[in-house]
Ligand binder design. Structure first.
Ligand SMILES: Nc1ncnc2c1ncn2[C@@H]1O[C@H](COP(=O)(O)OP(=O)(O)O)[C@@H](O)[C@H]1O
Ligand SMILES: [Mg+2]
Length: 314
């Protein structure tokens, strides 16, 4: 079987997720290379460990750059921490005013509060960067490589976390508005309201694309091992809660050779897990990738991986 449906021109965003070390980065790059043959493609890494550079054997940084040897492929690393720092410095005044007008905190408490993180905000800010790219529309496909499961889930659930925070902030603001209106008879929207409104819009924009099955596809990567299967099951359950339903799954590291005793043993050991994957994820299109003799690094092995993911002729 091969991965399918990525050619659909409505599909813009493909997000790779799964346990650490199962092959997310390798598969995301191979997919981006494949897509770039027909579509202008941007490969985005949100993994703080940013491993695109190692795998592509080319330095990729925090600004968009061409991937050598692939005409239609650009890549960028998005850093949640940098995005958060920028957000805080851009909106320091509004955040301070929000705390001043909706709490009894003194100046020192407020400064301390401002050093704390707003739940979900860093991931939302890196997701916002992805959505901004999509809305700029310079590319036809956006392929996202994420950090291990916990991170992908945080990324997915960040709009909800931030939305909950906005709701609390809005509630506190209502009290302030009520007070102002009682004293002066009217209330003018201020910069804090504008910030909350724009955050709310960002949350909506992210949710709109994440939950749109024609525009966005989540691509789980798994290996035939007990812990990876259990983690993939949890991942799919949690994605389901956010109304994100994957269609297919990559099963990486499959032992195909039985030429030596070691290979035979590995292969036999994997067979029950492959069967379990077949049963547990019966509803998903499964694409098996064999374990390579060497790590997947550089053009040649990434191209080989691409062939396993998409078949020769697709
Ligand atoms: N099918 C495979 N055969 C051999 N090595 C692989 C295979 N898939 C991935 N690798 C290697 O395993 C390591 C982890 O892969 P990577 O794609 O970085 O995983 P993740 O992003 O999920 O942590 C890398 O060194 C990569 O080259
Ligand atoms: Mg990775």
């Amino acid at each position: 079987m091969a991965l399918n449906g990525f050619d659909n021109s409505d599909l813009k965003l493909i997000i790779f997720g799964g346990k650490g070390g199962v092959g997310k980065t390798s598969c995301a790059i191979a997919t981006a290379i494949k897509l770039s043959e027909n579509f202008k493609t941007l490969l985005i890494s949100t993994d703080p460990a940013h491993s695109l550079s190692d795998s592509l054997e080319q330095s990729i940084g925090f600004s968009v750059q061409k991937v050598a040897g692939h005409e239609n492929l650009d890549a960028i690393e998005v850093d949640a921490e940098i995005a958060l720092t920028k957000f805080k410095s851009d909106h320091h005044r509004e955040l301070k005013k929000l705390l001043e007008t909706s709490s009894n905190l003194d100046n020192q408490d407020i400064d301390e509060m401002l050093t704390l993180s707003i739940p979900g905000i860093d991931e939302v800010m890196s997701f916002k960067a992805i959505i901004d790219f999509i809305e700029e529309g310079n590319y036809e496909k956006y392929v996202v490589d994420t950090a291990p499961t916990g991170h992908a889930l945080r990324l997915i659930s960040s709009p909800k976390m931030l939305d909950d925070w906005i709701k609390v902030a809005v509630k506190l603001r209502w009290k302030y508005r009520y007070m102002i209106t009682s004293f002066s008879g009217s209330y003018q929207m201020d910069e804090v309201d504008s910030l909350l409104l724009s955050l709310k819009k960002t949350v909506k924009r992210i949710e709109n694309i994440l939950k749109n099955q024609t525009k966005c596809e989540f691509m789980p990567v798994c290996i035939p091992e007990a812990m990876a299967i259990a983690e993939t099951e949890r991942l799919l359950t949690d994605l389901g809660k956010s109304e994100i339903i994957p269609r297919q799954i990559i099963v990486n590291h499959v032992m195909v050779s039985d030429e030596c005793g070691f290979c035979q043993k590995r292969k036999a050991g994997q067979s029950k897990y492959l069967q379990q994957i077949g049963e547990t994820f019966a509803h998903l299109n499964k694409v098996e990738v064999p374990v390579f003799a060497e790590e997947i690094k550089g053009v040649e092995s990434l191209n080989q991986l691409k062939t396993f993911l998409f078949g020769v002729h697709e």
